[in-house]
Design a binder for this molecule. Structure first.
Ligand code: AMP
Length: 185
């Protein structure tokens, strides 16, 4: 389906309701003022997980590679890649990969961070990639992932998330990168 049809995906109210019903909201975690979206119950639910992977696979269809942000985005990206028959790339948190790495620093809802991919042994030039993460908050993470992959020569088609926290303005912050969200809060 690809990003031309993301509007249809966003309008799947039944899927959005299912995601909401299996999300555990945790106040003041990991720090005061943040309402953490714990998607563990959703990931463990056969019906919901399959519906989410189907929806994300239809968004990412046509990409050469599905990239997920460690760790929950990578978990979902691996399932989407398996559904589509593509490769998967886990974009790692700082300090997890052996050097040399490409690193991109950013600010997210709860403080500064950095993400990395290997600088050796991985040729992303000309590769079309959909980035997947669990939650879009301020957009810092997806923006950094987009910059990182573009620095590596990839062609980022767009990003997809399970939950978009609209009040934090992430979509606007990372424009013109296209973002498809399966649910919005
Ligand atoms: P941001 O960069 O601000 O858009 O934050 C998105 C990243 O941080 C994602 O990788 C999420 O896993 C995590 N994150 C940020 N805010 C939340 C939240 N309220 N609940 C769950 N995860 C969050």
């Amino acid at each position: 389906m690809g990003f031309d049809a993301v509007t249809d995906i966003r309008e799947d109210a039944a899927l959005a309701d299912l995601i909401a019903s299996l999300t555990r909201d945790v106040s003041n975690f990991p720090q005061r003022g943040v309402q953490f979206k714990d998607l563990t119950p959703l990931f463990a639910d056969r019906t919901a997980m399959n519906a989410v992977i189907d929806a994300l696979a239809s968004i990412a269809a046509g990409s050469d590679l599905v990239a997920g942000i460690e760790s929950r985005g990578s978990l979902v990206a691996a399932a989407v890649a398996a559904r589509l028959g593509t490769g998967v790339l886990s974009i790692r948190k700082e300090g997890k990969l052996p050097p040399p790495v490409l690193r991109e620093k950013y600010t997210r809802e709860y403080g500064p961070a950095a993400i990395e991919i290997p600088a050796d042994g991985l040729d992303l030039r000309g590769t079309s990639i959909t980035i997947i993460d669990d939650v879009l908050a301020t957009g810092g993470t997806l923006g950094a992932a987009n910059r990182l992959l573009e620095r590596a020569g990839a062609n980022v088609t767009g990003a997809a998330v399970l939950v978009e926290i609209t009040a934090l303005g992430g979509r606007e912050a990372i424009a013109p990168l296209a973002v498809a969200s399966l649910s919005r809060v």
